[in-house]
Design a protein around this ligand. Structure first.
Ligand SMILES: [Zn+2]
Length: 376
């Protein structure tokens, strides 16, 4: 399932847009064209307000994009690779590969986003003061939205920018990254709960706008919980890499084989929930699940090729063999399996269930604090 639409690359970073953004853009267009624009500048036609609303929605998306690009550019300067920027309902998320090496780098990467939003907000406000009519209303609104974006992102709870700044500060102060992550995550969770409570109060006294606040609080709380879990798992798994827990890939079978030949000649000899298929000894093209094989009617198995029931291999999260295993917590949460790569060669697979077992075992082992008995 694809929830994200690729918009191409900007400054070498892949820009993706989640479908939920279209809903937000629609809601903003609706509320701008039907609400605040007619209220600010009355007496125009519906078409004019609609165009104004569309411009307002585009201005919001552009503002979020600039904010995230700021993170991406500074991150890259500090040697942190950025996979993609994803725009979704609550703003943007820059997907980093790896983490900042030092508190200062982390603070700069986190701080630049709200910095850009504040500057944009002030600049747009300034421009709005010399404009009149509808343009003034739209540009002024865009300015306000950038200030809101900066302030919201400065809430000092991970994973928001403010939480990253807090994390960098604690890390620098105590020299303990893990402890800083726990603290920043807990503060994030508290803010998330507070927002949810605030939203409920709003809902009771002020109507449906509160639902939005509850949602944002819920999102923040969940994301902060994930940060905490990631930090503790990272500690428990220590130096374990993806290679240590993967199932090595068996020789790749040709994807032109019929389903029947593949089952008899390959699958039943290597019992796996997933098989990689492609050119034998060459490139891997797809992933075949046992369910997909079973879904082919018995009568069709000799005439259906494995290729037609395989899914493209790049639909699955990619993990480097030497990557810390804890990183899988994020990558595998929405996919049934991750493919482990050594350069451009897939060398193994890790299923969700497999990862869960390893994580559970690591947790148990970490809880066994062995204390050497005192010599009598
Ligand atoms: Zn940000």
């Amino acid at each position: 399932m694809r929830n994200n639409l690729s918009l191409g690359t900007l400054a070498g970073v892949r820009i993706e847009i989640n479908w939920s953004v279209l809903v937000i853009a629609f809601l903003i267009t609706l509320s701008a064209s039907g609400g605040f624009l007619p209220a600010a500048v009355p007496g125009r036609s519906d078409a004019v307000y609609l165009v104004g609303g569309l411009i307002a929605a585009a201005a919001l998306l552009g503002s979020v994009l600039l904010h995230e690009l700021g993170h991406a550019v500074v991150a890259r300067r500090h040697g942190v690779e950025v996979e993609s920027i994803r725009l979704w309902a609550f703003g943007g998320v820059a997907q980093f590969e790896g983490e900042a090496e030092a508190p200062r780098a982390e603070a700069e990467i986190a701080g630049v986003g709200p910095g850009i939003s504040l500057l944009l907000g002030a600049g747009l406000y300034g421009i709005a003061t010399v404009l009149t009519g509808l343009p003034a209303a739209i540009v002024g609104w865009a300015g306000l939205i950038n200030i809101v974006l900066a302030v919201f992102n400065l809430i000092p709870g991970a994973p928001l920018d403010g939480g990253r700044l807090l994390h960098a500060g604690l890390w620098k102060r105590h020299g303990d990254r893990e402890r800083a992550t726990q603290t920043a995550g807990k503060v994030g969770r508290t803010f998330g709960s507070a927002l949810m409570a605030l939203g409920l109060v709003q809902l009771v006294f002020g109507g449906f706008g509160g639902l939005w606040t509850v949602f944002i609080g819920w999102f923040l709380r969940n994301a902060a919980t994930a940060e905490i879990q990631f930090a503790s798992l990272n500690k428990d798994l220590g130096a374990v890499t993806a290679r240590d827990i993967m199932t090595a890939v068996e020789p790749v079978a040709g994807d032109w084989l019929s389903v029947a030949a593949f089952i008899d000649g390959h699958a039943t000899r290597q019992i796996r929930p997933f098989y990689l298929v492609g050119e034998p000894g060459g490139s891997v093209g797809g992933v075949v699940t046992v369910e997909a094989l079973a879904a082919v009617e018995a009568g069709d198995r000799w005439t259906t090729s494995v290729r037609t029931v395989a899914r493209p291999v790049d639909e699955y999260p990619a993990v480097r063999a030497d990557e810390p295993a804890a990183g899988l917590l994020r990558k595998i949460s929405t996919a049934p399996l991750a493919v482990v790569w050594e350069g451009s060669t897939p060398v193994g697979t890790i299923t969700q269930a497999q990862f869960a077992t390893v994580a559970e075992t690591a947790r148990t082992l970490a809880s066994l604090h062995n204390v050497r008995p005192e010599a009598a």
